[in-house]
Design a protein around this ligand. Sequence first.
Ligand SMILES: *Cc1c(COP(=O)(O)O)cnc(C)c1O
Length: 414
Amino acid sequence: MKHVDPAKKIVSFHPPQRTLMGPGPSEINPRVLAAMSVPAIGYLDPAFVGMMEELKLLLRYAYQTENPLTFPISGPGSVGMESCFVNMVAPGDKVIVGRNGVFGGRMIENVERAGGKAVVVEDAWGEPVDPNKIEDALKKNRDARVVAFVHAETSTGCESDAKALTALAHMYDALVIVDAVTSLGGSPVKVDEWGIDAVYSASQKCISCTPGLSPVSYSERVVDFVKNRKEKVHSWFMDLNLILGYWGNTTRTYHHTAPTNGLFALHESLLLLHEEGLENAWARHQRHHIALKAGLEAMGLKFLVKPQHQLPQMNAVMVPEGVDEAAVRRTLLSEFQLEIGAGLGPLAGKIWRFGLMGYSCRADNVMLCLSALGSVLADQGYNVKVGEAEAAAHNAYAAMHAKAAEAKRKRAAA
Ligand SMILES: *Cc1c(COP(=O)(O)O)cnc(C)c1O
């Protein structure tokens, strides 16, 4: 029999052009794509080392911190999460974890795998982590060493009060681990002002870089704890004591091969954030959230989360009765090249999640999304007047523009 090479059928991979409005990855600015399409250089090349120092500076700006140990871990957000727990939780340590969605659940898993004991504080999916419940847990568990929670729960679109929760934990002498994967770059994350001890994020959400990198920042308190641990950190790759040899300030020795071109991309995306200005980026996420929300609500869709806890970058709405939620997502993708997110866990089939993250957070995406969704919902027999949602969003933008112009006039007159 003649040998047939099945690999002969394989041709170059060219992904379709999509509009990404799901829970991440977000779209990538062309400048970032260009920055990574360059030759690799060595991870100890002096030019590379210079770029690493700039990356640390840009990340300190994004996190609003002076922490020297602020750098991107080579791995997705999940590795950043694991790095915090495996370094900061020694066997037998008690950790209070707030769970109000998928990612709080993963924190519990991390505590247990690090040999710690998780004290779980539950809140409903779609509600923030309740500071009163955390304080109760702290009172009942005076030996708790760490409090961990998700700042921006991507599975529900709910924001928790990271500042208040951190202050509480410190009153009881516990260190704080904050998941800022979805918040960083999209809404305020003030590491030093809020006193956060350890924080991690991911490159592909509001930072709008390629996936696979996890910016982290550790306070001196954390570094001291890890340096003085009796037992070695259970992960060789994530042991901060070893990573310091590569990302620290003094030495520069081989630890692992840094993902060079991914880091070039991160450098460019953080530079874009710096050029825009953090406050302006936060305001942009808020502005497009308000317009998208006006449109979605004009279609009769209801948000899962109460207005005061809604994340601008992640909008979860209830799927109306009688609508085939998966078919809507499928059609949006096949007909409109638009990706939105589904519900997870207990919210599977019940919500859609509309991301407005980083470079995806733009007026053209808001308008496309409302128009496409209106069209698909109308096709499904849902009572929606196509055009009303877009009109509501236009009106919201117009009102915001008028307000901004008025504020500018007042400033000029003053
Ligand atoms: C996406 C996400 C993660 C995981 O990040 P990956 O890059 O997918 O590993 C963790 N926490 C939150 C809140 C997220 O949204």
